[in-house]
Design a protein around this ligand. Structure first.
Ligand code: PMP
Length: 426
């Protein structure tokens, strides 16, 4: 395939936008080469600026669970836009979307809309701190909760230490309040709590991780976290930005059978427009301004176009809840197909899958946390990524990302993808 025009557009973009992109992963740094510029997309396919058609396994990093340019969503946005794009005043549709979201997720009473997953997680943690009166938080190495300062912390030396910034610009003062635990390792959490008793406001986690590839929490770990939080009066925050309204109507909570105290949403809830949200029971949410003292606000929060897209999306998912099962079955089909091809190639691999999230790591040990995920062979991954791309399949351009299947993918698309892998030299 040729990507001449994409490369030219990328060169031009770099003159005016840092690195040529508005979000770093888009620059293909991990896999090399120039990123692909999209011209349009429909259903399961991306159409790039060079006229190539790509089968898309990212779906805008998750939001487009029903496929690109899904008509009910597009129509709702167009109709709304004709009536004005932003008012900075309350609108009925905000309550409609809030009511629907609250009805789909059993243990929340109230929800606040923001503009991104980053904002949702940042605000959820502020609320947890304001509610508990404690400063510290525990997060897990390899989990991503957006780019606000408290979350840009890399693993230090051992679990019972303070975090240190991994991005210049994050102060030590901020970093010291973020404690790092190991995913799927309850003892690492217990150790941190022991060393910081009475100081921890919340534990925030991706209940099924998607930012170190897809990693599934083991049963004892995720249920144990719930128990520890209840015993220690620590709030459990599920970052369901990826998993919410994707793993089922009730997201990861429902799929795993674990209730969190505060939930963060993004991606699917906005139907492809910039929406995030955080939610909890009435008692916790009463601490939020203007009801309570924890401040949080946004000029474009609850934007009518974004609400219209979200409402159209959640309405479809609420009515067609069999879509979650059907997506999981398609993901299983892909998994089995990949497995049957990869076992005949001479590379070690691991495939992790949960619902419609799946990823491949080129390593021989099971991938259960950041450390094991980072052992994947990056050279093999690059060949895999570019090889698949050349055969018309667009996969995440980094091993530290989950694939997100969308409902527009047909079994023929999946079989074409599996056949592409078969033709690949790894
Ligand atoms: N939390 C999780 C689990 C995410 O995957 C992401 C983004 N991929 C975020 C938060 C941040 O969301 P946003 O990019 O919309 O700020």
């Amino acid at each position: 395939m040729l990507y001449k025009r994409s490369s030219a557009l990328f060169a031009e973009a770099q003159n005016y936008i840092p690195g040529g992109v508005n979000s770093p992963v888009r620059a293909f740094k991990a896999v090399g080469g120039d990123p692909i510029f999209v011209k349009s997309a429909k259903g399961a396919y991306l159409h790039d600026e060079d006229g190539n058609r790509l089968i898309d396994y990212i779906a805008s990093w998750g939001p487009l669970i029903l496929g690109h340019a899904y008509e009910p969503v597009i129509d709702a946005v167009i109709e709304k836009a004709k009536k004005g794009t932003s008012f900075g005043m309350p609108t009925e549709i905000e309550t409609e979307l809030a009511k629907l979201a609250v009805s789909m997720v059993p243990n929340i009473d109230k929800i606040r809309f923001v503009n991104s997953g980053t904002e949702a997680c940042m605000s959820a943690v502020r609320l947890a701190r304001g509610y508990t009166g404690k400063d510290k938080i525990i997060k897990f190495a390899g989990c991503y909760h957006g780019h606000s300062d408290s979350f840009l912390i890399q693993a230090g030396s051992g679990a019972v230490t303070f975090g240190s910034p991994n991005s210049p610009g994050v102060t030590q003062g901020t970093a010291k309040d973020t404690l790092l635990a190991k995913y799927n390792d309850l003892q690492s959490v217990r150790d941190l709590i022991e060393a910081n008793r009475g100081e921890i406001a919340c534990i925030i986690i991706e209940p099924v991780a998607g930012n170190m590839g897809c990693i599934v929490p083991n049963h004892a770990f995720i249920h144990g976290l719930r128990d520890i939080c209840s015993e220690e009066e620590i709030l459990l925050v599920f970052d369901e930005v990826m998993t919410g309204f994707r793993l089922g109507k009730g997201g990861a909570q429902e799929a795993l059978g674990v209730d969190a105290d505060i939930l963060c949403f993004g991606k699917v809830i906005g139907g492809g427009l910039p929406v995030g949200a955080f939610a909890a029971n009435s008692e916790i949410m009463a601490h939020l301004a203007p009801e309570g003292p924890v401040y949080q606000a946004g000029t474009l929060s609850g934007n009518p176009l974004a609400m219209a897209a979200g409402l159209a999306m959640l309405t479809e998912l609420n009515e067609r809840h069999e879509v979650f099962d059907s997506l999981a079955k398609k993901t299983e089909h892909l998994h089995k197909g990949f497995e049957s091809v990869l076992k005949h190639k001479s590379v070690p691999y691991q495939i992790n899958r949960f619902g419609s999230m799946i990823s491949v790591h080129f390593t021989d040990a099971p991938v259960i946390d950041f450390e094991t995920s980072a052992k994947g062979n990056n050279e093999t991954f690059k060949n895999y990524f570019h090889g698949m791309l050349d055969k018309g399949v667009y996969l995440p351009p980094s091993a530290f990302e989950s694939y997100f299947l969308n409902d527009a993918l047909t079994y023929d698309d999946l079989d074409e993808t599996i056949a592409a892998l078969e033709r690949l030299e790894l």
